[in-house]
Design a protein around this ligand. Structure first.
Ligand SMILES: Cc1cc2nc3c(=O)[nH]c(=O)nc-3n(C[C@H](O)[C@H](O)[C@H](O)COP(=O)(O)OP(=O)(O)OC[C@H]3O[C@@H](n4cnc5c(N)ncnc54)[C@H](O)[C@@H]3O)c2cc1C
Length: 335
């Protein structure tokens, strides 16, 4: 695509069951920031069936324009119909930058599209910035997470990136913002559809994804035998349990609960780190949390450098005491 004709920051606004995913709100915030630096506009792409109701939300959260592609073929996510829809929109509108959330959908759709558009994609970014010369700086872990690489896509357009959920600040809602809504008719080539969705069955899940939790009680190797106590504390606080990679590698917690560079980036209001040393790869995933409490028996553990409150003690003793105290305070309050 001729780079002199490409303009504006576009994002794929992912949604489910009539609401924008948190990552879409984060992308709107990031897109707004990039567009302001470039003096350009933010365009959100909404694909699906009956998605118009979400256009106002996109505008209130920073979009100048919302492009709506509605079709029965787009009701549920499927690679080929969505790739065709996005390909048509992108070739017609020529974005300078195109962003996706690094979700299962984004990770499936963005590479397919970048291959069709013959442009570069930097996947799983942890930071996006605009350089002084207007280049998009796309940063992501490289070489197995041992260093952070900043990647540029100088020659091809659009510059494409998937951004990890949780790394950008969600866009603030401003109901006074105005924007335009445009509809596009997608011309599908149905002969290329190789799969058909017959039914979608929702997985029964009791747990909240750790990137969406307001409170996280996280355990490390020093608390490897104490996850039942951590679960009780999390339940008392209305939060979720997460962990360091050491605990995941030991098979105690599932990978989806891992916080850190090769796990998830979290930003809860409260993060309690029990028996976690605070290795740089762990801190990378949680240091932006609102309030951090660290419990470690080693007073020189690096985790204390990012903690708002540090408790030097045996976490196996402190956690049940904390749980009991919170319960007591709650009971007193309810009396
Ligand atoms: C490329 C790469 C990517 C990585 N990605 C990640 C990642 O995404 N997330 C991640 O977490 N790690 C990651 N790691 C691993 C990371 O370097 C650390 O090894 C890991 O975070 C250590 O986990 P931990 O803090 O639970 O264990 P340890 O480092 O062994 O620390 C255990 C801590 O518990 C304390 N302790 C022991 N007993 C008690 C007790 N009874 N009460 C209180 N404190 C106690 C100890 O003092 C110690 O500080 C990565 C490493 C590499 C090389």
């Amino acid at each position: 695509m001729d780079k002199t004709t490409c303009k504006h920051v576009y994002l794929f606004a992912e949604h489910r069951e009539g609401v924008l995913l948190p990552v879409a709100v984060e992308l709107l915030g990031k897109a707004r920031e990039l567009a302001n630096a470039l003096n350009e506009q933010v365009h959100a792409i909404l694909a699906g069936k009956n998605v118009e109701a979400l256009a106002g939300e996109c505008i209130a959260r920073g979009a100048d324009a919302v492009i709506i592609a509605e079709a029965p073929e787009l009701e549920f996510y499927s690679t080929e119909p969505h790739a065709q829809a996005l390909f048509q929109i992108v070739t017609e509108r020529k974005p300078a930058i195109l962003l996706f959330g690094a979700t299962t959908t984004g990770r499936d759709l963005a590479p397919r599209l970048s291959a069709r558009l013959n442009t570069g994609l930097t996947a799983d970014c942890t930071a996006l910035d605009i350089a002084d010369d207007g280049e998009l700086l796309m940063t992501r872990p490289a070489f197995g997470g041992n260093l952070m690489a900043t990647i540029l896509c100088k020659e091809h357009r659009p510059r494409m990136s998937t951004l990890r959920p949780g790394v950008a600040r969600p866009a603030r809602r401003d109901n006074t913002r105005e924007g335009r809504v445009e509809r596009v008719n997608i011309r599908f080539d149905r002969s290329k559809f190789k799969t058909r969705i017959l039914q979608t069955i929702k997985e029964e899940r009791q747990r909240v994804d750790i990137t969406a939790a307001r409170v996280l009680v996280s355990g490390g190797r020093g608390m490897a035998d104490g996850f039942t106590a951590l679960e009780k504390l999390a339940a008392e606080l209305g939060g979720e349990v997460s962990s360091s990679r050491a605990v995941v590698d030991a098979g105690i917690m599932p990978r989806e609960r891992q916080v850190g560079q090769t796990g998830k980036t979290v930003r809860p209001d409260l993060y309690i780190a029990a028996g976690i040393s605070g290795a740089i790869q762990h801190l990378a995933g949680m240091e932006e949390s609102g309030y951090i409490i660290a419990i470690n028996k080693d007073k020189s553990a690096p985790v204390f450098q990012v903690a708002d409150l540090g408790i030097v003690a045996d976490a196996a003793r402190v956690v049940p005491l904390l749980t009991a105290k919170i319960k007591e305070l709650r009971n007193n309050k309810n009396k």
